[in-house]
Design a binder for this molecule. Structure first.
Ligand code: ATP
Ligand code: MG
Length: 456
């Protein structure tokens, strides 16, 4: 108590000093010790400074430390060129073509080093017809580097040697006040790079801090600018949201700001189906939990979850029209993936896994003969089973099915034999016909049969 009080009084008496246009905040005021800087980041700043260059920890790491959070990684900004950085560190390589960065490796840790950049003056800037910056890769100084960053909280430079923070845009006060504020005129900054609108939502959700009113206000009217952003970048940002460990908050904020339309267009439809919304929210919550426990999450699993109710709806429609269940499932999957791809470039390499997860869902229904054993041998059984559990939890399928598979997986041979359902129970004895379309890889073993469709 007394210590806290003294600390506060003491802090009040400590002043920041101005160096050029920066406010320099001493350790006594901000309290972030260099003990919190990773081994690799310390080595890089020390190495660069010893060679006569400037070097600071910058961006998300400084912000996170001020908010008492553990940074995901440490980025370094320096006045050394990428080539100069590379020459200083044996285990390093230059990456990127348009704007070069250097990755310096220390065991598992990769420290990203970028050379100070500047925003290109309006008359020289290359923008598209909507004002989006196409080129921003000129080297600059520290002050210019601060100005080209997105939010004031992301533009703080921390020097581990002196434990001082350099602040050009009031980011220290904003962070302390739990405010996320864009640097400069929000209209201009969103036009330059519409993805900043999504970053605003993601960072405020992830950090649990408020978006400054002027930063939030123009988003509603400017969101259509997201249509001009290359697909791959949008996908990157959506993935960052989904894998941020705070996906539930991110989606909620996106919906509040009506920003989800251009991103996951099918999300609107899905979220309006009561079952779909429950399922997706469960999947997201589950992902957030896995991340907080340092478990891996697969983007394919997430996308499979996001699109599941679309697949189900498309499948139902086809089955009602008289199509055979397996064929209908293949068509439904292709329909949904094709539709989604127009808006969100889910990479093709995810398709195979998503389809495997979806196809397994039909196979979970079959609990007679050899089929459950074959399903257990699927390399992605675990993902398929986790998916099934989500379906149970959302009320889409009976809990009993999940419980059955939960027990069956680890049961003894005798118990498994007891658990198997009688062959043909509930099945119509029909010959399994090959779907007209060439089956894809996930069907290659020919064992993917729909509920009630015996495979012989
Ligand atoms: P995270 O914790 O998610 O990594 P971050 O702020 O570190 O958050 P990065 O994508 O790693 O996000 O970016 C590093 C830094 O680069 C940011 O802190 C910001 O200063 C700057 N930056 C990133 N994206 C933009 C952008 N679109 N416009 C301007 N500056 C950006
Ligand atoms: Mg980062």
């Amino acid at each position: 108590m007394i210590k806290k009080f003294l600390k506060r009084v003491f802090r009040k008496s400590v002043k920041t000093k101005a160096v050029g246009n920066a406010q320099v905040i001493p350790f006594e005021l901000h309290g972030v010790s260099s003990d919190h800087i990773s081994y690799g980041a310390l080595k890089v700043t020390e190495g660069l400074q010893a060679a006569g260059y400037q070097a600071y920890v910058v961006g998300g790491a400084v912000r996170d430390l001020l908010l008492d959070r553990t940074p995901k990684d440490f980025d370094i900004a320096t006045d050394a060129t990428p080539e100069e950085v590379r020459r200083l560190f044996r285990r390093s390589r230059i990456i990127g073509r348009r704007f070069q960065l250097v990755h310096v490796m220390f065991g598992e840790e990769v420290v990203e080093v970028s050379t100070f950049r500047r925003m290109i003056e309006a008359e020289d800037a290359q923008t598209d017809e909507h004002g989006r910056l196409l080129r921003d890769n000129e080297f600059g100084d520290q002050e210019q580097d601060a100005a080209r960053r997105d939010f004031t909280a992301n533009a703080l430079f921390y020097d581990p040697a002196t434990q001082e923070i350099y602040d050009y845009h009031g980011g220290y006060a904003d962070t302390r006040n739990h405010l996320l504020r864009i640097i400069g005129d929000p209209l201009v900054r969103y036009r330059e790079d519409p993805v900043r609108m999504l970053r605003a939502v993601r960072l405020s959700a992830k950090l649990g801090i408020k978006l400054d009113a002027a930063t939030a206000a123009p988003i509603a009217e400017m969101k259509s600018l997201l249509d001009n952003v290359p697909q791959a970048r949008l996908l990157d940002e959506v993935l960052k949201m989904l894998l941020s460990g705070h996906s539930v908050e991110c989606i909620q904020h996106l919906r509040q700001m009506n920003l989800h339309h251009g991103l996951l267009p099918l999300l609107d439809v899905i979220l309006e189906q009561p079952m779909g919304e429950k399922f997706i929210m469960l999947a997201l919550r589950n992902t957030d939990e896995r991340i907080s426990q340092d478990k891996t999450v697969s983007p394919a699993f997430l996308f499979a979850a996001l699109l599941w109710h679309e697949v189900l709806a498309a499948w139902n429609l086809r089955v009602q029209r008289g199509e055979r269940p397996v064929g209908a499932m293949h068509e439904a999957m292709d329909d949904v993936l094709a539709r989604q791809k127009k808006q969100l470039a889910i990479p093709h390499r995810q398709d195979a896994v998503m389809k495997e997860i979806w196809l397994m869902q039909q196979r979970f229904e079959q609990r007679a003969g050899q089929r459950p054993f074959r399903l257990l041998e699927q390399p992605r059984f675990r993902a398929g089973f986790d998916f099934l559990l989500l379906r149970c939890a959302s009320g889409e399928v009976d809990d009993q099915l999940g419980l059955w598979w939960d027990e069956f997986q680890d049961a003894s041979a005798e118990r498994r034999a007891e658990m198997l359902q009688p062959e043909g129970a509930g099945d119509k004895k029909r010959r399994w016909r090959k779907p007209r379309k060439k089956p894809d890889a996930s069907m290659a073993d020919g064992s993917a049969v729909p509920a009630g469709e015996p495979s012989t």
